[in-house]
Design a protein around this ligand. Sequence first.
Ligand SMILES: [Zn+2]
Length: 230
Amino acid sequence: MKMFEGKNIKLTDDIGDDHIATSAKTPLREDAFAIKDDEKIQSIEKDFAHILHTLGMDLTDDSLKGTPRRVAKMFVKEIFGGLNPNKKPAPSTFDNNYKYGEMLVEKNITVYSTCEHHLLPIVGKAHVAYISNGNVIGLSKMNRIVDYYAKRPQVQERLTMQVVQELQIALGTEDVGCVIDAKHLCVNSRGIRDVASSTVTSEFGGKFKNDTVKREFLDYIKMNTDFESL
Ligand SMILES: [Zn+2]
């Protein structure tokens, strides 16, 4: 057990390699944004220099000296940039003027995320679908929502649920589904080192709980729409 700034924060390894999500909400502290990005970068830079130093690396080496700052910037601005609610894509929807009433699927959305148990990459594809009840959303907005929630320390189950919940709110309908198929480098490159395995998670809201609707969505995902095959 380790103490941070006098606060009683227990650092344990209860979850281990099991990748259990404890909640659909990212466990952020209330004061998560009490300090500015620049201060966070400075603080993480020092912490990372300490980690590399402890590992025995010579931080005066030309190749290494910029690493702590580079990693700190990457954490705050890029791979964990989606922790900041200010970076959430604006939920701009518009009226479904053309009265399209069928399912819309945005598939093969690239997912780059980071496993919060090992801080190693999660790389894969998300497939998102909804049935409009009057509102429609820009197609690229769905990619942006996936990317926003992916840029956090994550577990795949939570990411899947967060994407669905965000779209349900933006579109004002329960009828949203999401399937994510991704590789976890903590499984592929260490531990059990299973390069071939990938993890599939799904979340189905409203009409997507219906077997026929769900099947239609899953069949669209299977369709091969690579440019070469069109
Ligand atoms: Zn992991």
